[in-house]
Every structure is written in C-alpha cells, then in structure tokens.
Design a protein around this ligand. Structure first.
Ligand SMILES: [Zn+2]
Length: 210
C-alpha cells in the first residue's frame, strides 16, 4: 500500500491509549500480528510518549482497524473493535478525566439527562481541542447524534457498511460510566467509508430497560 503523507493526527497520548487498549484486549502476540499486518510494526517498537504532540497519524488508526477485520473477519474484527473502544474510554478517563470534569463528585450527583448532555459536550470538546478529529453534536428530545466530521477510524477507507465500531464501543462505555452502570442503544448509522457525508453515531438518551 502506498503511504501518502498523512495530514491529520491524534496526539501521541491518544495513540498510546489506543495501543494499550489493543494490547489489553488482544494480548501481546496478536497485537504484534495486527501491527505487522497493518505495516506499522517498526513504528511502534515502543509506545508513543505521553505528549500532546500531534504525531499519531489518522492513516495508522485506520490501518489498525482494517487489519483487525482482515485477521478476524468482519464480525470478529467488529467485536474486538467494540471491546477496544471500551478499553480506550477507561484508559482515556485515567488520562483526561480531570480535564473533562466528569470525574468530580458534583458531576455524579446531577440528573442523568444533564450528565449525558454535559458529558457529550465535554468529550466532543476534548477531541476537537487536542486532536485533528472533529466531532459535532446534534440533539433531539430522545437522541444524541455524535457526528465525526473528520474520522480517523475509517480514514481513506471504502466499505459497504459502517466500520467505525471502536467509536461505538467508546461511547457505550462512556455512557455506562456516566450513568452509573446503565446500557444504551448506540449504533453507527452513517459512515464516511460508505460514501456518507460523515460518520454518525446514534445514541438513544433513555437507557435500555427503563
Ligand atoms: Zn468513520
């Protein structure tokens, strides 16, 4: 595969969170296989440093997702990406929780719908502020649409169906955490890789089962 100069990046510390989450879910051996398949093994002989420098390319994020699908098939790859997304949220919370304001005791006491609104706003703001990923929120009375307008997960990919499963897992875990253990319907309903304008993740604001 040709590697044109990537134009957009995550900060190193987000790339580090992603690789640590992949290591946690896949284990060392499978992570090495995925890195090899993605053509990224030499670049990540050691983890990216804990810095804000924008040096982790979107093309790398996308290739790692694609390699998971190639190695485990679309279904297996999807399941792993969802789990890696959940692990990324927990890793991100350790890194960025204090910036987000969602780890405070006062936040935990707010009504659920207020927490969802404030959490989505803070979380999208973090991506917009420290990475080249762009997230725009759209809200109705019952749903939040998380639009990824510049998406690293499917960067330069073409696919028949949505492929940004990691974002779904990430949001599922964030909702679980913010709500104190509730489950929500979260689904990718549009994907740039499929020819849609942007990647859109639909979140139902009322938890499943009440
Ligand atoms: Zn995408």
């Amino acid at each position: 595969m040709n590697t044109p100069n990537p134009e957009f990046f995550y900060p190193n510390r987000m790339g580090r969170i992603l690789l640590l989450a992949m290591e946690e879910i896949l284990g060392d051996a499978a992570l090495t296989t995925v890195l090899n398949l993605a053509g990224e093994q030499r670049q990540f002989e050691s983890l990216p440093p804990l810095t804000q420098a924008l040096e982790f390319p979107f093309s790398t994020v996308s290739r790692l997702q694609f390699a998971l699908e190639e190695l485990y098939g679309p279904r297996g790859g999807r399941g792993l990406s969802l789990r890696i997304g959940r692990a990324c949220f927990l890793g991100g919370l350790r890194e960025f929780g204090t910036h987000l304001g969602v780890a405070d005791a006062a936040f935990r006491l707010l009504p659920l719908q207020t927490k969802l609104k404030m959490g989505a706003s803070a979380f999208s703001g973090l991506f917009n502020k420290i990475s080249d990923q762009r997230v725009r929120l759209e809200e109705t009375s019952s749903q939040i649409l998380w639009h990824i307008e510049r998406c690293p997960l499917c960067w330069e990919r073409h696919a028949e169906a949505p492929v940004c499963h990691l974002a779904v897992g990430l949001l599922q875990e964030s909702l679980y955490w913010v709500s104190g253990g509730k489950l929500f319907h979260v689904e990718e309903i549009a994907c740039h890789a499929r020819g849609d304008t942007d990647c859109a993740i639909l979140i139902e604001k009322n938890p499943l089962g009440g």
